[in-house]
Design a protein around this ligand. Sequence first.
Ligand SMILES: [Mg+2]
Length: 185
Amino acid sequence: MRIALDVDGVLADLAGMIIELYEEMTGVRISREMITEWEFWVKLNMTRGEFLKLIIRAWERWDKLQPLEDDLEEDTKNLMELGEVDILTQRPAETVEYVKKWLRLHGVAYRRFVWVPLKGSKDSFVYDVYIDDSPRLAERLANKRPLMLLYDQAWNQKAPKASNIVRIVSLDDGFNRLAENLGMV
Ligand SMILES: [Mg+2]
């Protein structure tokens, strides 16, 4: 089983750092609950380009970027017992080295690091399982072959419902779903 594991919004709390940076820039504190849209920069009157610059600035502070789960090392080691786990992450090229350092800092276990450029698409890779928070990816994978474990976030509540899209609230939850699928429990 080949598993594609996302970073932003699944392992790393990018949104938390964006909220901090936005407050530094504007003096305005956005609440997490406000981020109910994938394209939430539109709400902030930002262009996609400006938002991408903000993501780069957030990752420049990689050592301050918080993990979304308490024990990423254990969670990812568990996943590795079920299959081959690749980090599959779409992001500006400038952030790739910071992300690799962050993964090392938090002991994240994985086989390969696969970078998807902004112009690319994750569904053009061949994986059996995607663990991801993107509602856009859910739209593309709905009713297709791979299983998508949709990591629960405020910005993916309107993602399509389909038999191959399963909402999970944690990596542990995802592990249990996969283990069930494999008949291991
Ligand atoms: Mg993500």
